[in-house]
Design a protein around this ligand. Structure first.
Ligand code: GLN
Ligand code: ZN
Length: 784
């Protein structure tokens, strides 16, 4: 810790002579809410399935909150957040707080309870749920007529709950007891401006309605909340305003000035902290936020926003607290450190919400690997150790342990693979694309594949039946032998192939029955450089959790991953069988990615591994290969100036995987969103031969890009029905959709397929739906 090593003698003396050493404060922006073993998930689902009472759910939630607060107190964290817990998501909590309940849920005033809250999140017997964005929060629906009222006192309740914690815990046997005489937390609220910017106009409200015009209507509720928190004893309130890192215009920025000026009088006497995170704060926004009078503290994410650091250097108001991420705090210049030392707070760069909870619960990870990782619980200790060290109270053992772990990681052959590094480095700045243009390639592929007009296909998975799951489970725990497992999977593939032939589908899939419960995990487990956890869950939304793999080292492919199954499936049919792979960008975006090299570097390494696989598939006689990239768009940075760079290396990574295949090998890709109008040129630049895309929920949106005259020459299969619903579409309905597509797309490039994989559906739904789909394609073919 440089700042510490160079700590001036005078400063040390001064702080010591003052009687106690000035401790630099530590702060946590937010914490995972699911619990170390997904306790909240199971409690929520039991409650939803009428297997437990509201009381039982509340008890699980309260226990989780308590254990988190205690854990933070034990770690020595000074500013401990509250109200970061949620039964679903914190934007929905804010909707409840503001009483912004869409009328269809029949709320008659009063405190929002589970019934209204979960109806908004999940729908009920008569009303569907509110929309969830791809960013996984429930989108507020607002309009000019709406009346807000203070309808959920959760923030105050959590604050008081923490304050009421009085218990004793034995810390070490001989001497001390840690006492919790009430934990004085920092209540966290979604800031008023970000709340409005994250909303959408309600149904029936003009799309051009200015959501920000509601600011004066919601501020009175915020004032009530602030007043109540103050009365309860809060001395700090944190407002999360993540939209400050976006590209905001002057009008939007003025809303911040207006809102926090309005709140200033209610908030007098409390420290108002504004948290920003996920990217750097643009210069104009920085000016706005640092000039806010009632605001006494600001948090910046210097991990993903290194440019903000330059702004801070050039001027940060002396009276305010500055909250900085820990690693950067270490690198602060000596001079800077002293200018602000008494108002500098060591914090996390953003909420720990999307970090795994505690590596202590991991049994699969070896000790060396564990020492390279910090889950949320470990980060608490780091933040505190760092805050202490910056004050001169360096825990030598902690820091030398940490330094040793870093050194072992840097030098470990598990991390570094020289050949991979060399190959990936040579990709940067160069270009990789197939030699022939897509129209010529499609011609050469058609000679080989001999497909009808409007060829039909499906996107990979078939229903994951109970029987199939059982086989996989039993194989995993060695209850059945490898031969038995292979035999059972083979049977499953045979069934799926036969069904597709009966349905008369043109390009077949093997159905992904082998251990593919997760399309990233399946490949990650076969690549080197990846690790997997038992409990490294993070909340996706509501009770849904994902367990991302950890990419800790250079990625390579020791041996073929999918060739065995794909060739087996191909041997069962004369029709073309698609090889099925997950693309490098999706593998990257759905993993925890190592932080010791740029993301694109890691992506290129994965791309090279997938390239090997693609070429092996081709060699083994697979003529059609689908490389799924459902998450390409999710990885898009928030700030516009960074987007082009991301798209450039992401698209390049995809092209690397198939740049060397023959013209006659057909490369497909699949994406899970229809909203790609703004990145259409990048999608064309991926240069796949055929792309299938989710479309079922918004024909207009997707097709409008072609209406606007974008010329598309590659094959394209906008989904003709929604696989997310059990509803079976009729032949007429599908035919109508195909006709709509033909209005903007040439018949010789159009494919007919569902909008995503079928794994969540039942065979009783899939069979008639696909049968209607094929019938519709045949019907239209005759009319061409
Ligand atoms: N091939 C995958 C499947 O069909 C695609 C899944 C996805 O797009 N998320 O299941
Ligand atoms: Zn999909």
């Amino acid at each position: 810790v440089r700042g510490n090593d160079e700590l001036g003698k005078e400063e040390m003396d001064e702080s010591c002579s003052a009687g106690s050493i000035k401790a630099m404060a530590s702060h946590i922006v937010g914490y995972p809410r699911m619990g170390p073993k997904r306790e909240l998930k199971f409690a929520l689902e039991a409650f939803w399935n009428n297997k437990s009472s509201a009381k039982e759910l509340q008890k699980v939630a309260a226990d989780l909150r308590l254990s988190i607060w205690k854990q933070m107190a034990d770690a020595g964290i000074k500013y401990i957040p509250s109200n970061t817990f949620s039964y679903y998501d914190h934007v929905l909590d804010t909707t409840a707080m503001l009483g912004a309940i869409p009328p269809r849920y029949g709320w008659n005033g009063g405190e929002i309870g589970f019934d209204i809250y979960f109806s908004m999140a999940r729908g009920n017997a008569s009303v569907p749920a509110m929309e969830m964005t791809k960013c996984h929060y429930i989108v507020p629906e607002l309009g000019p007529e709406i009346n807000f009222s203070y309808a959920s006192h959760k923030a105050v309740q959590e604050y008081e709950e923490a304050k009421a914690v009085v218990s004793a815990l034995c810390e070490d046997e001989i001497t001390r007891m840690t006492q919790y005489h009430g934990i004085d937390t920092v209540p966290v609220l979604v800031g008023p401006v970000s709340y409005l910017l994250l909303s959408k106009p309600a149904k029936g409200v003009d799309k051009s309605f200015s959501l920000l015009s509601l600011i004066d209507k919601i501020l009175p509720v915020y004032k009530e909340v602030v007043d109540e928190l103050k009365t309860a004893g809060a001395s700090w309130i944190q407002f999360d305003e993540p939209t400050l890192v976006m590209d905001l215009d002057a009008h939007e920025l003025r809303a911040f000035t207006h809102a926090y000026t309005e709140l200033e009088s209610s908030a007098s006497g409390v420290n108002v902290l504004i948290e920003t995170y996920f990217a750097d704060v643009p210069a104009e926004a920085y000016k706005t936020v640092t000039a806010l009078k009632g605001v006494t503290a600001i948090g910046f994410d210097l991990v993903r926003g290194s440019k903000t650091f330059d702004l801070i250097r050039n001027g940060f108001p002396p009276g305010k607290y500055l909250l900085l991420e820990l690693a950067l705090a270490v690198e602060l210049s000596y001079e800077f450190f002293f200018v602000h030392s008494n108002k500098l707070v060591v914090s996390t760069s953003c909420s720990l919400l999307h970090t795994a909870v505690d590596s202590a619960n991991e049994t699969k990870l070896d000790e060396e690997l564990k020492s390279w990782l910090a889950f949320a619980a470990q980060k608490l200790l780091e933040v505190n150790a760092l805050a202490k060290a910056l004050t001169g109270l360096k825990n030598e053992a902690f820091f030398s342990g940490n330094a040793a772990a870093h050194a072992s990681r840097r030098l470990s052959p598990r991390v570094t693979n020289a050949a991979v590094r060399k190959a990936a480095a040579s990709l940067r700045g160069s270009d990789h694309r197939r030699a022939t243009n897509v129209s010529a390639r499609l011609e050469s592929q058609q000679k080989k594949l001999n497909l009808p007009n409007l060829p039909t296909t499906v996107l990979g998975s078939f229903p994951q039946t109970l029987g199939l799951r059982k086989i996989r489970r039993e194989y995993k725990v060695n209850k059945i032998s490898e031969e038995e497992y292979v035999e059972a999977i083979k049977e499953e593939i045979r069934k799926v192939v036969k069904l597709q032939e009966e349905l008369d589908i043109d390009v077949l899939v093997h159905g992904e029955p082998e251990q593919r419960n997760d399309m990233v995990e399946y490949f990650g487990e076969q690549l080197s450089g990846f690790a997997f956890t038992d409990n490294g869950w993070v909340q996706s939304y509501g009770s849904r959790c994902v367990k991302p793999p950890i990419i800790y080292g250079d990625v390579s492919r020791p041996k073929a991953m999918s060739v065995f199954w794909s060739t087996l499936a191909q041997s069962m049919t004369k029709r073309p069988m698609k090889g099925m792979l997950t693309g490098p960008v999706t593998i990257l975006n759905w993993s925890f990615v190592r932080n010791d090299q740029p993301r694109f570097e890691t992506c290129y390494q994965i791309a090279l591994a997938i390239k090997d696989e693609v070429e092996d598939l081709q060699k083994a006689g697979i003529n059609v290969i689908q490389i799924d990239e459902p998450s390409l768009r999710e990885g898009l940075p928030l700030r516009k100036y960074e987007q082009a760079f991301y798209l450039d290396w992401a698209v390049h990574s995809f092209r690397i995987t198939n740049c060397a295949v023959q013209d006659s090998t057909q490369i497909h890709t699949h994406m899970c969103y229809s909203n790609f109008n703004d990145i259409i040129h990048s999608i064309i630049d991926m240069d796949a031969d055929v792309i299938s895309i989710e479309n079922s929920r918004s024909d207009e949106k997707l097709l409008s890009v072609f209406h606007e005259g974008v010329k598309y020459r590659a094959g394209i299969g906008p989904g003709v029905y929604d696989i997310h619903s059990p509803r079976i579409p009729s032949t007429e309905e599908i035919a109508e959709r195909i006709n709509k597509m033909l209005a903007v797309l040439d018949s010789n490039i159009l494919w007919v397929n569902p909008d995503c994989g079928l794994k969540t559906r039942k065979y009783s739904e899939v069979k008639p739906a696909l049968s209607n789909m094929v019938a519709a394609a045949k019907l239209i073919r005759m009319q061409l």
